[in-house]
Design a protein around this ligand. Structure first.
Ligand SMILES: C[S@@+](CC[C@H](N)C(=O)[O-])C[C@H]1O[C@@H](n2cnc3c(N)ncnc32)[C@H](O)[C@@H]1O
Length: 211
């Protein structure tokens, strides 16, 4: 199964656009220096985030969970010329390196990097968002969804990562973390304020359009 996944992943990355050099460097450095490098979106999902962002041409983006800034830079590719991306992470140890990546990119001036607890920072952002990417502590996914929905414009898009939880959402006896993801998916599936579906990319992304 692992071999199949690796082969399929190699095929998917070979048939999408190349990973830009800075993102390739961030990817490599993250795998060299971080204990949980797989948290980074990576080549294929990154190109997907870039494509979605280009399609929406957003003026305001919010990312919850910056990590090493990989997805932030992919999302920033689609911003309009006066667009701004806010990204939030609680881990200050990465801040200097990540700010260095942002400064080295063409999007540095468009990125507002917030260090702190997302549940506290989101209410302070007086913006209307066109695009939101939720990718932080999974137990708070539903809180993040409820917090941001009011701040997203009608027709705007919210994406929540890891909603297939490595396929564990179909387990007969799910563990506590999996139960939280199942509950999130069920709640969003029943929410009449949004149009939605789960895209089975990588670990599953919930695509949610505000009605
Ligand atoms: C999966 S990683 C983000 C990956 C990144 N979006 C990407 O695709 O490359 C999750 C990040 O969420 C951050 N995080 C976890 N809990 C948080 C919280 N309560 N507030 C803000 N950030 C949090 C972690 O520090 C971690 O860097």
């Amino acid at each position: 199964m692992e071999i199949m996944d690796n082969l399929l992943n190699a095929y998917l990355t070979s048939t999408c656009d190349d990973e830009p050099p800075l993102l390739k460097a961030i990817n490599r450095e993250t795998y060299l220096k971080e204990t949980q490098p797989h948290m980074l979106s990576g080549h294929f999902q990154g190109r997907f985030l870039s494509l979605i962002s280009h399609l929406l041409a957003p003026k305001r983006i919010l990312e919850i969970g910056t990590f090493t800034g990989y997805a932030s830079l992919c999302l920033a590719e689609g911003l309009v010329s006066d667009g701004i991306l806010h990204t939030i992470d609680i881990n200050e140890e990465l801040a200097e390196r990540v700010q260095g990546y942002f400064d080295a990119s063409p999007y540095g001036a468009k990125i507002r990097y917030h260090i702190g607890e997302a549940l506290q920072i989101i209410p302070t952002l007086e913006e209307t968002f066109d695009l939101v990417f939720i990718d932080a502590d999974k137990k708070n996914n539903l809180n993040y969804f409820e917090l941001v929905l009011d701040k997203v414009r009608t027709g705007g898009l919210i994406m929540i990562d890891n909603v297939l939880w490595k396929g564990k959402i179909t387990d007969a006896s799910p563990d506590k973390q999996t139960e939280q993801i199942i509950e999130l998916n069920k709640t969003i599936a029943q929410d009449k304020r949004v149009q939605k579906l789960i895209l089975p990319i990588r670990d599953g992304i919930f695509l949610i359009r505000k009605l």
